[in-house]
Design a protein. Structure first.
Length: 319
């Protein structure tokens, strides 16, 4: 059993707040909510503290934004009720709420580049700068708001639970660095044999260095297509191979990312107990979200299209 140190009871954590609530609610409503959570038996509250610029400004001693101010008020009420708090610190792409719901931009460290050369507003998961930026945010959260952070007992040791990532999804980058990285992955995947690659992809490339994104990335090679048919799969159509390789690359990058971040966060604080949420919607909505309209990132709701292999990631998380 994992127990919460302050109460000695089993660790029961609840996520309180996202989007515009409770940030823009009145304090009396939030205080009442915390009181009810205590009555319901919860002893720990997960705060939505992803890396936005207004958190960075607060770390520098500037006035709290409305969002950060409510986070601080929630921490006060959590402590008043005899509970503790922890953090949802990192999200799949920094955040998808800006600028329509959150008015402070997310912090990426380094983001990917789209096929059109624009900022993809998505973490470059393999980037040392992006990883260090994430680690810095966690460090600042612990330093500024760690006094009443949840402590749990796991196998007789005191730990601090942290939601160290929410819904991870790797995105490609089509700048030179991103193309070089994917081409190198393809070369390793096909054991340096360009003829084997050409046979599977129906291409005539002279080397892996000359393969273009329009040849190796599914959405660019087959614009407007959401996948492949059963017959195409039976016929081993090249569409299937391109899709499969894209997903396998995402899976490999996630394993490397979690391995690197486990080392960084445990070096920051060996007591951190890394318990990311690896799939939010996939638990409940295994649907093809590409057919839904008006739902942000719905094409990623089905875990199967996200290239995430939880069994391979498992050695690099704590729970």
């Amino acid at each position: 059993m994992i127990s919460e140190k302050k109460s000695g009871a089993p660790y029961l954590n609840v996520w309180f707040g996202n989007f515009y609530r409770p940030a823009y609610d009145d304090q009396a409503f939030v205080a009442e909510g915390m009181e009810l959570l205590k009555k319901f038996g919860f002893n720990s509250v997960l705060l939505d503290s992803k890396d936005w610029e207004d958190f960075r400004e607060r770390y520098e001693g500037k006035p709290a934004s409305q969002y950060v101010g409510m986070q601080e008020f929630m921490m006060e009420q959590i402590k008043k009720q005899g509970m503790s708090h922890t953090f949802l610190a990192i999200y799949l792409n920094a955040d998808n709420l800006y600028p329509n719901i959150r008015f402070s931009p997310p912090v990426f460290g380094e983001s990917v580049v789209t096929a059109k050369g624009n900022d993809g507003r998505w973490y470059r998961y393999w980037s040392e700068k992006a990883q260090e930026t994430m680690t810095e945010h966690v460090s600042q959260l612990l330093e500024m708001y760690g006094e009443n952070m949840t402590r749990i007992e796991v196998d007789g040791k005191e730990r601090k639970p942290l939601c160290s990532m929410w819904d991870p999804v790797v995105a490609p980058s089509f700048d030179e660095d991103g193309k070089k990285r994917y081409r190198s992955w393809l070369e390793k995947r096909y054991n340096g044999d360009i003829e084997t690659f050409n046979r599977f992809y129906k291409t005539e490339a002279n080397s892996f260095e000359t393969i273009e994104p329009e040849q190796y990335w599914f959405e660019l090679r087959y614009p407007g297509k959401n996948g492949f048919s059963e017959k195409e799969l039976e016929d081993r159509d090249e569409k299937c191979r391109v899709w499969m390789d894209n997903q396998r690359w995402k899976s490999d990058e996630l394993v490397l990312y979690f391995e690197a971040m486990q080392k960084k966060l445990h070096a920051l604080d060996p007591q951190l107990y890394l318990c990311p949420d690896l799939s939010q919607w996939g638990y409940f909505l295994n649907v093809d979200g590409s057919f839904l309209t008006g739902a942000g990132l719905s094409d990623l709701w089905d875990t199967a299209v996200r290239g995430a292999d939880f069994y391979r990631i498992a050695p690099y998380v704590d729970a």
